[in-house]
Write a protein that binds this ligand. Structure first.
Ligand code: GLN
Length: 270
């Protein structure tokens, strides 16, 4: 079958079919599909494509089918043990990088690193930054560690339930994309979220449980003048601001995503 016929006969949305076929033939650029429209698809690639389409038809996220997702221009391995990195999380990376500037000697802790996305992106752009990343899940840490090795980025990984394994250490910056979806949120049973680790998405209660704990405990792990940056839901900005204030943080500020929705909050510990 030709590329054109394979795409024409597939039963999943066209863009998904194109993405999966490119993956199965080992190409990355959509232009290849046009240039090779009338080429025969090799039999192995065709079998792989059919299997991938079946997975997609069952709802499996594209990132899990191909085992990769781009984040901050880095290609990361992802498995169902980690949340699929999202573009809005790049806001946190931007914020950390702006904040640390070109100075040496700064350190960062990424809480609940998952695939390692935030830690790896920050280390990639700020090689002199000392980066620690933790996760409660050993399986997530295995994925993050593989990504660090593949990208030759040096990160210290720790298995930890938030700060439980951090002892008396302190960092210049603490960053987190914690589970913040309320357990009653219907999105948890829709689309990609159905296949992602629930522990990375929801705290099992109102969506603010992990955020509360991180804001409460982080001053014990921040250097004087250090910053905490947290991603949260677009409707949680006010509650998160109140938590930062109540804990005694200064210079509390908010960042919005490309759609203008509040997405991340930060504060300075003095
Ligand atoms: N942004 C994700 C979503 O709503 C949630 C990620 C998270 O809970 N940290 O799909």
């Amino acid at each position: 079958m030709t590329v054109r016929d394979v795409l024409g006969n597939s039963e999943i949305p066209r863009r998904d079919a194109e993405f999966l076929l490119l993956h199965c033939v080992g190409q990355a650029d959509r232009g290849w599909l046009i240039a090779h429209n009338l080429d025969e698809v090799p039999i192995q690639a065709l079998d792989d494509f059919k299997a991938a389409c079946q997975q997609r038809a069952r709802g499996l996220p594209l990132a899990y089918i191909v085992g990769r997702r781009e984040f901050w221009s880095l290609s990361l391995a992802v498995t169902p043990d980690v949340l699929i990195p999202r573009p809005e999380t790049e806001l946190l990376v931007e914020w950390v990088l702006e904040h640390i500037g070109p100075e040496d000697g700064k350190s960062m802790l990424d809480l609940g690193t998952g695939s390692g996305a935030i830690a790896l992106a920050c280390k990639h752009d700020a090689p002199s930054l000392t980066v620690t990343a933790c996760d409660i899940s050993a399986r997530a840490l295995a994925v993050a560690n593989k990504n660090a090795l593949d990208l030759s980025l040096s990160i210290e990984f720790l298995q930890s339930d938030w700060f439980s394994a951090m002892g008396d250490r302190r960092w210049s910056v603490i960053v987190a994309n914690p589970p913040y979806v309320a357990h009653v949120d219907p999105h948890l049973s829709q689309g990609d979220l159905r296949f992602e680790p629930q522990g990375a998405l929801t705290d099992g209660s109102d969506g603010l449980g992990a955020i509360r704990r991180i804001i409460e405990e982080s001053p014990e792990y921040l250097e004087r003048g250090g910053w905490l940056f947290i991603e949260h839901g677009y409707d949680q900005a006010k509650a998160v601001n109140t938590l930062f204030k109540a804990r005694g943080f200064a210079d509390i500020s908010l960042r919005r995503d490309l759609a203008g929705r509040p997405r991340a909050s930060g504060g300075c510990w003095q």
